[in-house]
Design a protein around this ligand. Structure first.
Ligand SMILES: [Zn+2]
Length: 128
């Protein structure tokens, strides 16, 4: 199973809005804070996938909560609608969301570091 499929399954493998779940290829990751572009500038997509897999493997409850708030699974239709809704927001509102995105990137970096430290301190697949 690809990392992408694994992460989609960890996040429920169905659209958070309409419940669609037939074809995993028609499911997308929706960045709730609209910072997908910024995230891809700072991190490889595979790094984020691996971090999410590690968070679930290590059962890091607090980080699982963060992941579930940050990323929603949406079908392509609902994802498109959500993207259009965002594009129609007033400029001021968009600017506020974009300003927050930089804080989220900092937080994501810190979360990544912590997950790596926990991984190193729990060798041989022993979960804590
Ligand atoms: Zn949907």
């Amino acid at each position: 199973m690809s990392k992408r499929s694994k992460v989609i399954h960890l996040l429920g493998a169905k659209c958070a809005k309409c419940g669609y779940c037939e074809d995993i290829g028609c499911l997308d990751f929706h960045h709730v804070y609209n910072d997908g572009g910024l995230e891809r500038q700072k991190f490889f997509v595979s790094t984020i996938y691996q971090m999410i897999i590690d968070i679930y493997d290590l059962n890091l409850i607090n980080f699982i909560e963060v992941v579930n708030k940050r990323y929603h699974i949406l079908c392509v239709m609902c994802h498109r609608k959500e993207t259009q809704r965002y594009s129609k927001l007033p400029r001021k509102e968009k600017a506020e969301i974009e300003a927050k995105a930089y804080n989220y990137m900092y937080f994501l970096g810190e979360m990544y570091k912590q997950v790596q430290e926990i991984k190193i301190s729990t060798p041989f697949g022993i979960t804590i």
